[in-house]
Design a protein around this ligand. Structure first.
Ligand code: NAD
Length: 308
């Protein structure tokens, strides 16, 4: 959704300053990667009661959500194929041990198709026509745009609702595919989202609101801003006690050696753990404006320190 904010901003249609919390590291890692790593299995189990071992799965998109889905399915013994358009994410998929393919190459043989691209019409009617009997089709990405579900509403196909959120779409020759949640987000429709993940995302959103509220007049224009690294670190630090985790503190000598403040931020703003957020990939392209980095107002920092 961060991308859509930038498009609004570029078109001059953004009426207020906006914080792109979607591309914060904590949001990306927990909501997108770790949450999807768990909830893809939950969503598939609750709807289909299937076993994952030995199943052939194709995951479209190897961003944060795709990485989570692939890791979970691989761990369950599934044979996982990946499709990508971005050579960097594609290379990551290869290095992680997944076969990078075009959807057309595997569409006849796979048992499950999962979309995680944030794009539209990734799975078309042509793909759906070529899938084998009982193939499960679902979406973990944006809204309900990734699978062309509308193309399945034609007179020759029969829809049969077999349980809540599960439809069989039946072809004239008897072939049926199993469509989950009518192409909407599988985990949001068919499983639960852990409160821990919600807590991390909500903390990020709350901090962004506090910063927008505290900021002196005129500090933020009608544009899109990212949270600074220090705020991301703060969100993570609030959640560490859950694990009885003990964070190492820099010695004065080490802080000096690395050129860091002992209290953070510990990484530069442009640093992203493993992933490549959408807007960073597009930096310098015509599509999106360059990143504007936020440095929290003193009042927000005071709030963060008082809470610690
Ligand atoms: N289900 C959930 O709980 C959940 C959680 C967070 C985000 N999301 C949504 O999931 C989507 C993906 O999020 P993300 O953080 O992984 O984004 P991302 O940008 O990191 O990853 C998407 C990947 O898809 C690739 N891609 C784009 N078009 C493609 C195509 N036609 N074929 C193959 N690959 C293609 C991109 O190159 C990119 O690497 C977004 O729409 C996001 O809003 C869902």
């Amino acid at each position: 959704l961060g991308g859509q904010l930038y498009q609004l901003s570029k078109a001059g249609k953004l009426c207020v300053p906006a914080m792109n919390v979607n591309d914060s590291v904590t949001k990306q890692k927990f909501d997108n990667l770790y949450c999807c790593r768990e909830s893809i299995l939950d969503g598939l189990k609750r709807t289909t009661d299937m076993m994952f071992g030995g199943k052939q799965v194709v995951v479209c998109g190897y961003g944060e959500v795709g990485k989570g889905c692939c890791a979970a399915l691989k761990a369950m013994g599934s044979i996982v194929y990946v499709t990508e358009i971005d050579p960097i994410c594609a290379l990551q998929a290869c290095m992680d041990g997944f076969r990078l393919v075009k959807l057309n190459e595997v569409i006849r043989q796979v048992d499950i198709v999962i979309t995680c691209t944030g794009n539209k019409n990734v799975v078309t009617r042509e793909h759906l026509d070529r899938m084998k009997n009982s193939c499960i089709v679902c979406n973990m990405g944006h809204s309900n745009t990734e699978i062309d579900v509308a193309s399945l509403r034609t007179p020759e196909l029969t829809w049969e609702r077999v349980r809540s959120q599960v439809d069989h779409v039946i072809w004239p020759d008897g072939k049926r595919i199993v469509l989950l949640a009518e192409g909407r987000l599988l985990n949001l429709s068919c499983s639960t989202v852990p409160t821990f993940v919600l807590s991390i995302t909500a903390t990020t959103q709350a901090l962004a609101l506090i910063e927008l509220y505290n900021a002196p007049e005129g500090r933020y224009k009608q544009d899109v801003y990212l949270l600074p690294k220090k705020m991301d670190e703060y969100v993570a630090s609030l959640h560490l006690p859950t694990f009885d985790a003990h964070l190492t503190e820099l010695t004065d000598e080490q802080a000096k050696y690395l050129g860091l403040n002992k209290n953070g931020p510990f990484k530069p703003n442009y640093y992203r753990c493993l992933g490549l957020p959408r807007n960073q990939r597009h930096l310098g392209s015509d599509e999106l404006p360059a990143l504007e980095l936020v440095f929290a107002s003193p009042t927000t920092y005071a709030y963060m320190n008082s809470e610690k």
